[in-house]
Design a protein around this ligand. Structure first.
Ligand SMILES: O=c1ccn([C@@H]2O[C@H](COP(=O)(O)OP(=O)(O)O[C@H]3O[C@H](CO)[C@@H](O)[C@H](O)[C@H]3O)[C@@H](O)[C@H]2O)c(=O)[nH]1
Length: 439
């Protein structure tokens, strides 16, 4: 984009904790910086043992200034695995966020040439919208899941007041989606969520949306670093030896862990299916050794056709021609990555908005096949070995070629969205104009 003026624009992002929020936010910010050189970006991060800042990754992005927020309380409360716990955790960072941004304006931004164009929050840091209001700066939200989920999320407060359910306990004031935000930048693309995007735009009072995706860490920087190099190479070498589209890849996101019973069912199902597999498995009890989790003799019996490991370089794996399908928890980043490489998903939703994502993929779009149904929400619901075996056999046996064909088409569409004149490129230009105009 041409630089029509010498005026510069700073954006401050406040991202929720953990790699699955930080990485898409940073990748989006990098795309924006590449698109228009008038912008500069500061990202405020929160660190926690449960959701650490991916330090090697952020070190690989020198064009962005990172500031790690601190909390006034000592010792700080640890974040719990719940939405309310997460909101309380984030609330503690409000005073320091305010202080950092005020200081940034006073000391780093020359009022004659640089203006703070906006605060960009994510779905969990929306309470920070108060800071933007106090400073008289527009606020945007960068949303790391799809429009369908956003539409539901935005209605939570209304649903909450209409129903006497558990929602009341989980979704309180903190999770209200502020409708006064200037706009929602969203990691999706028009051809993937056409209906949801068109419908969203017609609802009075809903914010403007900017579908600018897919935003992906294609360089796999989040998986780089000395400690991972050898491990990643072993996985890629193993894949090199497998025939085209022959491997079932199983991976359940950054927090997808299973207890021993479920691990055994998956192992038995994979073994009986007779297909090749690459399985990223993380036990609930992080200390348990893999060979103690799987059924006795499993690793030896499947050594010729299976690889079991912990963390995998997922983008590299999905981009490898030997992968035939992806058993996924349906996290939004995994979905976008699978379409980018044209790998069909067998759904296995676990928590968060993943059941809704699975519904979208299977029922709405016909782009995936169910292994564990989107209506199975109980955490105690064990997926049995014969379900795993049947699901894998059905898919790898060629019964779902229609789905594979559709996924191939979606691969082309996801790439087209980012090409010159593509829907996401057009959306990004509209966003930049609105940021520059202070709209
Ligand atoms: O062994 C692994 C596991 C994960 N990843 C990467 O980690 C990311 C995982 O992201 P995602 O698929 O979105 O899953 P979660 O980490 O579970 O993401 C959280 O955040 C997402 C975005 O808001 C939501 O859609 C999910 O439900 C929520 O669990 C992806 O880029 C993967 O490539 C790896 O590289 N290797």
């Amino acid at each position: 984009m041409e630089e029509s003026t010498t005026k510069k624009y700073e954006l401050v992002f406040i991202t929720g904790p953990g790699a699955s929020h930080i990485v898409p936010t940073v990748e989006f910010a990098k795309t924006l910086l590449d698109t228009d050189h008038r912008f500069s970006v500061t990202v405020l991060t929160m660190n926690s043992p449960l959701f650490p800042v991916p330090s090697t990754y952020i070190d690989s992005v020198p064009e962005i200034r990172f500031i790690e927020l601190t909390r006034p309380d000592s010792p700080p409360p640890e974040m719990k695995h719940s939405l309310v716990g997460l909101c309380e955790f984030i609330d503690h960072y409000k005073p320091h966020s305010r202080q950092v941004i005020t200081q940034l304006i006073a000391t780093e931004l020359d009022p004659n040439s640089v203006s703070l164009a906006a605060l960009v929050l994510d779905m969990f840091t929306t309470p920070m919208i108060d800071i933007a209001d106090e400073l008289g700066v527009p606020s945007y939200v960068y949303y790391t899941s799809g429009v369908a989920m956003l539409a539901l999320f935005i209605q939570f407060p209304d649903i909450d007041s209409a129903m006497e359910t558990d929602l009341k306990n989980e979704l309180t004031r903190e999770l209200e989606f502020p409708r006064e935000t200037k706009g929602v930048i969203i990691n999706t693309f028009y051809d993937l969520e056409t209906y949801a995007i068109d419908s969203f735009g017609t609802v009075p009072g809903y914010p403007q949306i900017y579908p600018i995706g897919p935003v992906l860490d294609l360089a796999g920087r989040v998986n780089s670093g000395k400690s991972k190099t050898q491990h990643n190479e072993n996985i890629m070498k193993w894949l090199d030896k497998q025939p085209n589209r022959s491997v079932v890849f199983l991976c359940f996101g950054s927090r997808g862990t299973f207890d021993v019973d479920q691990v055994k069912e998956i192992a038995n199902g994979l073994e009986r299916s007779g297909h090749r597999f690459l399985w990223s498995v993380r036990p609930k009890d992080g200390s348990t050794r893999l060979d103690e989790l799987v059924p006795e003799g499993f690793l030896e019996r499947t050594v010729e056709r299976g690889m079991v490991c912990g963390w995998v370089p997922q983008v590299g794996v999905l981009g490898h021609g030997s992968v035939g399908c992806f058993v996924s928890h349906c996290g939004w980043n995994s979905i976008l990555e699978s379409f980018w490489f044209g790998v069909p998903i067998l759904t296995w939703p676990m928590y968060a908005e993943q059941h809704l994502n699975a519904f979208l993929l299977v029922k709405e779009l016909g782009l995936s096949v169910e292994l564990k149904g989107y209506d199975r929400v109980s955490e105690d619901d064990l997926v049995k070995a014969d379900e795993v075996e049947r699901g894998v056999r059905r898919f790898m046996g060629g019964e779902c070629e229609e789905v594979r064909k559709k996924v191939d088409e979606m691969k082309e569409k996801s790439r087209r969205a980012l090409m010159k004149g593509g829907s996401s490129v057009v959306s990004m230009k509209r966003l930049i104009e609105d940021l520059v105009q202070g709209r």
